[in-house]
Design a protein around this ligand. Structure first.
Ligand SMILES: C[S@@+](CC[C@H](N)C(=O)[O-])C[C@H]1O[C@@H](n2cnc3c(N)ncnc32)[C@H](O)[C@@H]1O
Length: 399
C-alpha cells in the first residue's frame, strides 16, 4: 500500500528531499546533488538550516581567507520551478509518487508538493484528476515533469512506457487546452509537442525587464527567486570593472543578458547546441548587441585562447581584438578542468558561480598563488538539502 501525503508530513518528511532531488536536477542538467537530508523540512527551521550550511561553507574556505559571504535565502516554500514525479497506479487511480531511498519499494503518494512554484502547485491536482478520468492519458504513464517560470508559464511532460498514438494525441490536445499549458508526450524514440517545447521567462532586474526562452531538456536555474539574486550579485560585483568579458558555460544566456551591458564586448561560450540557440534568441529578445556567441567546450576555448589549434567555429572571432578584464564561469558540478584553470590564471578578475563547493575549493586552491577572494556569496538554491550554490569574485594578487 502506498503512503499518502499532503506535502511533507512530519514523520517522513526527511525522506522526500533526497528521493526527489536527483531526478529534479539530474535529468535536465546532468549534475547530481548531495542527497543527505537535513534534519527537517519545516519552514520554521529554515533560517537555522541555512545558517548551518553557510557556517560549513565558511569553515571549508577558511584557509583561503574567505570574506564574510553575502547570504541570499530562498523563499521557504513554493520556490521550485522544476519538479518531477513518478506516477503510481492503483486500480483506476494514478497519483504523484516519490520514493524514500531507505525504503525504495514503498511509494509515497503526494497530493501537493510544498516546494513547487505556484503554476506547478495549481496544476498538480487538476492534472491528476484529468489523468484519472482519461484512459489514453493515464495508460502506462510513468513520470510527469513540470517546468514553470516566474512569469507564470507552465510546461508539462508526460513520460510513457508505450508508444503514443492518435487517441493519446487527441486527449492530450484537450488536456493542454483545459490546463492552459504547453504539453509534451514522451515515449521511447517519441516526442510529441502540443504547443511549444519552450517557455518564456520574464522578470525585472536592476530596472530592466528581462526575457528568456527556456527550452525543454536544457539547463535552467531551478529556483527562480534565488536566480534573480545571483544575477543581481554578479552584476554588482562586475559593475565598474569595464573592458571585455569572457563567459564560459553560458547556457541559455542567463548571466550573459544580465552582465553584457556592464562590459564593452562579451565573448560567450557554451557546449550545448540547443542552449546556444536559446542564448542567441535571448540576446536578441533583450536587445543585447555586444555579445558574440560561440558553441565551444571550455577546454576548446581555453586551447584556442592559449594559441592552440585553429577552430572553424572561431573563424569569425578576432580574439586579439578583445581586451578581456574578466572571466565569468558557472560550470557544472565537475568545476573547471585543468586547461580552464590555466586560462583563468591569466585574468585579473574571475567571477565564479559554483554548484559544488568541493570542486570550487579545488579550483580556488589551484588559483591561490595568483588570485585572492575579494567577495563571496551563498545562494540557497536548494533549501532543505545540504546543497549550496556559491559565488566568488577572485582578483589577481598585487605584485
Ligand atoms: C550550471 S549550468 C549554467 C548555465 C547558465 N550559466 C545559467 O545560469 O543558466 C552549466 C552549463 O555548462 C554547460 N557545459 C557543461 N560542460 C561544459 C563544457 N565542458 N564546456 C562548455 N559548457 C559546458 C552545460 O550545457 C550548461 O549549460
Amino acid at each position: 500500500m502506498p503512503q499518502r501525503s499532503m506535502g511533507f508530513p512530519a514523520a517522513r518528511r526527511q525522506a522526500y528531499i533526497p528521493a526527489l532531488i536527483p531526478p529534479l536536477i539530474g535529468s535536465a542538467v546532468g549534475r547530481a546533488v548531495c542527497a543527505m537530508p537535513l534534519p527537517s523540512f519545516d519552514p520554521a527551521d529554515y533560517p537555522q538550516q541555512l545558517a548551518s550550511k553557510v557556517a560549513r561553507y565558511k569553515a571549508e574556505f577558511a584557509a583561503f581567507d574567505l570574506p564574510e559571504p553575502e547570504v541570499f535565502a530562498s523563499e521557504p516554500q513554493a520556490y521550485r520551478l522544476r519538479a518531477e514525479f513518478r506516477m503510481w497506479h492503483t486500480g483506476d487511480r494514478v497519483d504523484y509518487a516519490m520514493f524514500d531511498p531507505a525504503d525504495p519499494k514503498t511509494a509515497i503518494v503526494l497530493d501537493t508538493f510544498a516546494p513547487a512554484a505556484p503554476p506547478i502547485a495549481a496544476a498538480m491536482p487538476r492534472l491528476r484528476d484529468a489523468l484519472i478520468a482519461s484512459e489514453p492519458l493515464k495508460r502506462k504513464l510513468f513520470q510527469v515533469d513540470f517546468l514553470a517560470t516566474l512569469s507564470g508559464e507552465l510546461m508539462i511532460t508526460l513520460v510513457y512506457h508505450r508508444p503514443l498514438d492518435e487517441a493519446w494525441e487527441a486527449a492530450a490536445a484537450g488536456l493542454a487546452a483545459e490546463l492552459g499549458v504547453q504539453l509534451i508526450g514522451r515515449s521511447r524514440k517519441q516526442k510529441i509537442v502540443l504547443g511549444r517545447d519552450w517557455l518564456l521567462e520574464a522578470f525585472e532586474l536592476d530596472g530592466r525587464q528581462l526575457h528568456y526562452q527556456q527550452l525543454d531538456g536544457s539547463f535552467t536555474q531551478p529556483n527562480g527567486g534565488v536566480n534573480r539574486k545571483m544575477l543581481g550579485w554578479a552584476r554588482a560585483r562586475a559593475a565598474g570593472i569595464g573592458g571585455d568579458l569572457l563567459e564560459l558555460y553560458c547556457g541559455n544566456g542567463n548571466f550573459t543578458v544580465a552582465l553584457a551591458p556592464l562590459f564593452g564586448r562579451v565573448l560567450a561560450t557554451e557546449m550545448s547546441k540547443p542552449s546556444v540557440r536559446a542564448a542567441e534568441y535571448n540576446l536578441e529578445a533583450n536587445g543585447v548587441a555586444n555579445v558574440t556567441m560561440v558553441r565551444m567546450a571550455s577546454d576548446e576555448i581555453s586551447d584556442a585562447l592559449a594559441g592552440g589549434r585553429e577552430y572553424r567555429r572561431m573563424k569569425d572571432v578576432d580574439l586579439a581584438a578583445y581586451n578581456f578584464t574578466t572571466l565569468f564561469v558557472d560550470p557544472p558540478r565537475a568545476g573547471l578542468d585543468a586547461p580552464t584553470v590555466e586560462l583563468a590564471r591569466g585574468f585579473d578578475n574571475i567571477l565564479y558561480i559554483s554548484c559544488n563547493p568541493n570542486t570550487l575549493r579545488d579550483n580556488v586552491a589551484a588559483l591561490q598563488a595568483t588570485h585572492r577572494i575579494a567577495a563571496a556569496a551563498a545562494f540557497d538554491q536548494f533549501p532543505y538539502t545540504h546543497h549550496l550554490e556559491c559565488g566568488l569574485l577572485l582578483v589577481r594578487r598585487a605584485g
